[in-house]
Ligand binder design. Structure first.
Ligand code: 4LI
Ligand code: NI
Length: 185
């Protein structure tokens, strides 16, 4: 299982590189990586397991954060209690093909498993996006996302381009954002 000491931290050059495009069929190791990244998110969202293995909770994890420069990211956005997840997928070679003009940001700012310190400030993103990606089996998919799942996918796709969330925070005024921005609580 992936544990916190397997997760690369800010300062590791792999987090600032553009990740390599995946070619199909994926190797057994690459498929296994997708499973292990998703397993990390499941474990990290389970209070007992997270406590036992000291896992920081996350809803997204990108391959560069596991030290592998590959265009692959796992996303697991839970639904409400006893509901199915809002979004659960391992995205391979994801590309944002359209994005809303409407800006949105998490009201509490963003955290990242690869950034140990808390960096306050709004991270302006698009409220709605359409992503084209492949599944680990090479199937082409296209999905439209909005609000929290859209924010998470933008954060993870950023990782594949060597961008970290705080790159988007206004240095002079971290809490400055468009008047009509949607703040997601
Ligand atoms: C600085 N303020 C903050 O971090 C911050 C502060 C307050 C609220 C939010 C909402 C904040 N922001 C933020 N909170 C999250 N979690 C909330 C808790 N949750 C979770 C926790 C326990 C069980 C199950 C789950 Cl689901 C896991 C996910 N996740 C992200 N991000 C940014 S996009 C990728 C995603 C990620 O997975 N990061 C590791 N941001
Ligand atoms: Ni991150």
């Amino acid at each position: 299982m992936i544990k916190m000491n397997d997760i690369t931290r800010d300062g590791d050059p792999v987090l600032r590189k553009r990740a390599k495009k995946a070619t199909f069929p994926l190797s057994a190791e690459q498929k296994e990586l997708g499973n292990k990244m998703m397993e990390y998110l499941i474990n990290s969202q389970n209070p007992e397991i997270a406590e036992k293995y000291k896992l920081r909770a996350g809803v997204g994890l990108a391959a560069p954060q596991a030290g592998i420069s590959l265009q692959m990211a796992a996303v697991l956005v839970p639904g409400d209690k006893d509901q199915p997840p809002l979004f659960k997928e391992v995205l391979v070679n994801p590309v944002i093909i359209s994005e809303s003009v409407q800006v949105a940001a998490l009201e509490e700012g963003e955290g990242c498993l690869s950034v140990d310190k808390e960096i306050p400030g709004y991270v302006p993103r698009h409220d709605r996006i359409t992503i084209k990606y492949q599944t680990v089996d090479g199937e082409d998919k296209k999905i439209r996302l909005k609000n929290y799942p859209a924010i998470v996918c933008q954060h993870e796709i950023d990782h594949l381009k060597g961008t970290l969330f705080y790159d988007h925070i206004n240095k002079e005024e971290p809490l400055k954002i468009d008047d009509d921005a949607i703040l997601i609580g």
